[in-house]
Design a protein around this ligand. Structure first.
Ligand code: ADP
Ligand code: ZN
Length: 622
C-alpha cells in the first residue's frame, strides 16, 4: 500500500461517494457506469466518458471533486450556462463558482482568493480562460482535485462544435501530470471518440461507453402534409403548457413560425444567429426560467442547454444527418420523464438539403459524405421497422428487441403495392426528358393545364394525365419515397430535375414489386389504430391531485423567483411528482424523496411541508 491511495472510506463517512450522492444530491443509487467512473477518478486515474444526454454525466465529476481534496476544475465551452450550473450546485450546498468574462475584476479576484485558500469545491472555466498563462499559474498554486473536460467532442474538427481552444487542452496533462482528468461527451460516433482520446492525450484513460439509448424519448417521424396544422394538433393534444424546442432550417421560417405560434396563444420565442446577442440571451433566459416556453430555433440553439424538463423537440425540417437528429432530439427529456421527438419531413426538404450540399464551397469528397449522411437520415424516415433500433444501429449499438416506444412500433405502418404508380411516375420523368423538377412532372401526370405544360407541349406527352386519379400530395409522397430509396435522384446541378437511376429498371420492366408506405390521408389524423401516446408512461396528474400539483409548482416558482434561479434548480418535476404521490409529512420522509439532499431540505423543506399539510385530508380519529 502506498500513501497515495485514499483511505478506505466507510459507508457513512463524508468523503464517500455514496454518502455524497445521498446527502448532497438526494439520490439513492448510482446509474449505469457512474459509480465505476467516480471510483476511477477518486483513485486518481483518467477517464473518457461517453454517455447520452440525460445519462447523468455531471455527477461523474462532481462527486469525485467533492470526494477528493482540492477543487475540481470544470472546462465548459458555454459561458451562458455556467451560472445555472453553479446555482444548481449551490442549491445543493456545494461551494461552486465560475470564472468568465461576465465577471468584474473584483468578483474574479474574490473567486481566485477562495480557490487559493482551498474554499472552493468546483470551479467552472471556459477553455480560453483556462489557457491564459495567468490562469494556469493560478491553478498551479492551488490544490486541484481533478479536471473535467465537458463537451469534449469540441476537439473534433469534423464535428459542428469544433473549438480550436480545445485542442490545447492536452497541455493539462503535461502541466498537471498528477491530477486526474475526465473528458465527457454525448456524441456517439466512433470517429469522434477516437479523436477525443487522441487529441486530449487520454490514451491511458479508462473508457466508459454507455448505451446511447434514450428510452424515455418517443421517436415519431411523419410526412409533412400540413405542417402547421400537424404541429398545432400535436401541441394542443399532447403538450399543453410544456416546454419544448421547434427546429426550423432557416431564420425566416423561425421568425414566421414563432409569430404564428404566438398568435395561436403559445408562449413561443424565436432564436437564431441573426438576432442581436442580447435578444438571444434574453430568450434563452426565459426558456430556462419560465415554464412552458416553446423555443422556435435554428440549430444555433441548443448545445449544452441542460434544461432537464424539455418535453418535446419538433423538427419542421429534415436534419442533415442522423448525428444531428440524435443530438437535437437528445435535448428532450433529460430528466428521464417521457418526452417526444417529432419530425415532419417532405420532398422539398430533400431537394433543399441536396441543393445546399451541391452549392457549398466544399470539396467533392466532403459533399459526397454529406450526401451519404443525408441518405442515411432519409432512410430512417422511410423505414417501416423500429426507429430506435435503426437509430442505434447507426451508432453501432444493437437493441435486443423492438422498442415499443416509437411510431412504427406503436402502429405498424401500412404498405401498399405502388409498382404501377411508380412506373407511371418514372415514365413521366423519362418522357419529359429528365429535365424537370417534381412539381412539373406531377402536373404532367395529373393532366394539369399550366403555362409550363403548354410551353413544353407536355399536354401531348404520352404520360399526360395518366395519374389523374391521385392527388398532387400523394404523388409527392411517392416521388419522395422513390428518391429516398434510390430509384430516382434529384439533380441539384440541373434545377433539381428528377432523374432515373439504374435501380429503377426492374420496376419499369415489371420484375420488382414496390411496397411503399401507405399515404397518410390529408384528413385529420385517423382515429383508427392505437393512440400513439399510449406508449409513453407519463404519469398524468389526476383531477383530484391537480390542485396540490398546481400549488406545489406555484411554490417552486415563487421560491425560484426569490432566488433568481430557474424552477428546476429548486426541485425537478420528478421530485415534485414524487412529493405528490408520497405526501411526506416530516423532514425524514422529505429526505427520502429523490432529488432532496441535506441542503435542499434545509432551504426548501419547511415551506413544502407546510403546503403539503394544508392539503392533508382532515384527520379523523379511529
Ligand atoms: P447529462 O449531463 O449527462 O446530460 P445530467 O448530469 O444533467 O446529464 O443528469 C441528467 C439528470 O439525471 C439530472 O436531472 C440529474 O439530476 C439526474 N441524475 C443523474 N444521476 C442520477 C442518479 N444517480 N439518480 C437520480 N437522478 C440522477
Ligand atoms: Zn421502436
Amino acid at each position: 500500500m502506498t500513501e497515495s491511495h485514499p483511505a478506505p472510506a466507510t459507508s457513512n463517512s463524508a468523503g464517500n461517494p455514496h454518502f455524497i450522492l445521498e446527502h448532497t444530491f438526494g439520490y439513492t443509487g448510482f446509474r449505469g457506469d457512474q459509480e465505476a467512473i467516480i471510483n476511477t477518478l477518486v483513485a486518481g486515474d483518467d477517464a473518457l466518458v461517453l454517455m447520452p444526454t440525460g445519462g447523468g454525466k455531471s455527477l461523474c465529476y462532481q462527486i469525485p471533486a467533492l470526494a477528493r481534496p482540492g477543487c475540481g476544475i470544470v472546462i465548459s465551452p458555454l459561458i451562458a450556462l455556467m451560472q445555472d450550473q453553479v446555482e444548481a450546485l449551490r442549491a445543493a450546498g456545494v461551494a461552486a463558482a465560475f470564472l468568465n468574462s461576465s465577471l468584474g475584476y473584483d468578483e474574479a479576484q474574490q473567486i481566485e482568493g477562495r480557490l487559493l485558500r482551498g474554499e472552493l469545491e468546483l470551479l467552472y472555466l471556459a477553455p480560453e480562460r483556462l489557457l491564459q498563462p495567468r490562469t494556469l499559474d493560478l491553478l498551479a498554486r492551488a490544490k486541484i482535485s481533478l479536471f473535467a473536460i465537458d463537451e469534449a467532442h469540441c476537439v473534433s474538427q469534423w464535428g459542428h462544435d469544433f473549438r480550436a481552444d480545445y485542442l490545447q487542452l492536452s497541455c493539462l496533462h503535461q502541466r498537471f501530470p498528477e491530477v486526474p482528468r475526465v473528458a465527457l461527451t454525448a456524441t456517439a460516433d466512433q470517429r469522434t471518440r477516437r479523436e477525443i482520446a487522441q487529441r486530449l492525450d487520454l490514451a491511458n484513460a479508462r473508457h466508459f461507453v454507455s448505451s446511447f439509448d434514450r428510452p424515455n424519448i418517443q421517436y415519431r417521424i411523419a410526412p409533412k402534409n400540413n405542417p402547421k396544422r400537424q404541429l398545432l394538433q400535436f401541441l394542443n393534444n399532447e403538450q399543453q403548457g410544456h416546454a419544448g424546442v421547434v427546429y426550423c432550417l432557416s431564420r425566416s421560417k423561425v421568425e414566421s413560425t414563432a409569430d404564428w405560434l404566438q398568435q395561436q396563444g403559445f408562449n413561443a420565442l424565436p432564436y437564431h444567429a441573426g438576432l442581436p446577442a442580447h435578444v438571444r440571451a434574453e430568450h434563452q433566459r426565459r426558456f430556462l426560467r419560465e415554464e412552458g416556453v416553446i423555443m422556435v430555433a435554428t440549430i444555433a440553439f441548443g448545445m449544452g442547454i441542460d434544461k432537464p424538463d424539455v418535453r418535446f423537440v419538433a423538427h419542421l425540417d429534415l436534419p442533415k444527418s442522423i448525428e444531428a437528429y440524435y443530438q437535437e432530439t437528445g435535448r428532450a427529456g433529460r430528466d428521464g420523464e417521457p418526452a417526444i421527438a417529432l419530425l415532419l419531413y417532405g420532398l422539398e426538404d430533400v431537394v433543399k438539403l441536396s441543393q445546399m450540399g451541391a452549392t457549398s464551397e466544399c470539396s467533392e469528397e466532403h459533399k459526397r459524405q454529406e450526401r451519404q449522411r443525408l441518405d442515411a437520415m432519409l432512410g430512417l424516415c422511410e423505414i417501416t421497422s423500429c426507429r430506435r433500433r435503426a437509430l442505434l444501429r447507426y451508432f453501432e449499438e444493437e437493441l435486443a428487441a423492438d422498442c415499443g416506444n416509437c411510431d412504427t412500433c406503436l402502429e405498424t405502418p401500412a404498405t401498399w403495392d405502388a409498382s404501377e404508380a411508380a412506373r407511371k411516375l418514372m415514365s413521366a420523368v423519362y418522357r419529359t426528358g429528365q429535365r424537370f423538377g417534381a412539381a412539373h412532372v406531377i402536373d404532367v401526370l395529373r393532366g394539369a393545364d399550366t403555362e409550363k405544360v403548354r410551353q413544353f407541349g407536355h399536354d401531348r406527352n404520352s404520360t399526360y394525365g395518366i395519374g389523374a386519379d391521385m392527388s398532387a400530395n400523394e404523388w409527392r409522397a411517392i416521388a419522395r419515397q422513390l428518391v429516398v430509396r434510390g430509384y430516382l435522384r434529384v439533380n441539384a446541378e440541373a434545377f433539381n430535375a428528377l432523374q432515373l437511376t439504374e435501380q429503377c429498371r426492374p420496376v419499369l420492366r415489371g420484375e420488382e414489386t414496390l411496397l411503399l408506405r401507405t399515404l397518410p390521408k390529408s384528413a385529420p389524423a385517423k382515429a383508427s389504430g392505437r393512440d400513439v401516446s399510449a406508449g409513453a408512461p407519463r404519469a398524468e396528474i389526476s383531477a383530484e391531485d391537480q390542485p396540490l400539483w398546481d400549488a406545489l409548482r406555484a411554490l417552486r416558482k415563487s421560491l425560484a423567483e426569490e432566488r433568481g434561479v430557474p424552477p428546476y434548480v429548486v426541485f425537478h418535476d420528478a421530485t415534485l411528482r414524487e412529493m405528490l404521490s408520497a405526501r411526506p409529512r416530516n423532514r425524514d420522509e422529505m429526505l427520502a424523496i429523490s432529488g432532496i439532499g441535506d441542503s435542499k431540505l434545509t432551504k426548501f423543506g419547511e415551506p413544502f411541508l407546510a403546503l403539503l399539510q394544508e392539503f392533508e385530508p382532515a384527520c379523523t380519529d379511529v
